[in-house]
Ligand binder design. Structure first.
Ligand SMILES: [Zn+2]
Length: 153
């Protein structure tokens, strides 16, 4: 039992630290363009949205789509179980294993946010993984909350 307690205490500490970092992240990083989740949308809400990504050609010459240097990070929906190293990733707080929002921050770190809003750093994933698994960023969101709403969270 002692070992188990020790382990729980460690997990709890890690979680509190992740929460602290996550809160700081949400406070610091206000803009996130959001690539739409490439798989089938669970609610159908994404499919019903107007297709407004056509770029008119009368934009000022200085205009360009936000690149990685311009934004604080990217986010996408990840509804299916997330398997890392042949292991299904679970939320350390509530045990959820589906319906993630995956963040890829400008520093290259990848964060997972479960449906209940728990955020954890996933050190085994990085920008290369994110780019392989995300579609092109087609929405720009002024706040993380706006992005989460867009993703149905
Ligand atoms: Zn959770």
């Amino acid at each position: 039992m002692f070992r188990m307690f020790r382990r729980r205490a460690r997990v709890e500490r890690e979680f509190r630290e992740a929460q602290r970092v996550g809160r700081a992240m949400l406070a610091m990083h206000a803009e996130l363009p959001v690539p739409d989740f490439p798989g089938p949308a669970s609610g159908g809400a994404a499919a019903a949205e107007p297709e407004d990504e056509v770029v008119p050609d009368f934009l000022p010459s200085g205009f360009r789509a936000p690149s990685r240097q311009d934004v604080s990070g990217f986010m996408m929906r990840w509804d299916q179980p997330l398997v890392i190293d042949e292991e299904v990733r679970e939320c350390p707080t509530c045990g959820a294993y589906r319906h993630w929002v995956v963040f890829n921050m400008r520093d290259g770190s990848v964060w997972l946010r479960c449906r209940a809003g728990h955020e954890t750093h996933e050190p085994r994933l990085d920008t290369a993984w994110y780019n392989r698994n995300s579609g092109p960023a087609d929405h720009f969101h002024p706040t993380v909350e706006d992005g989460l709403r867009h993703l149905g969270h």
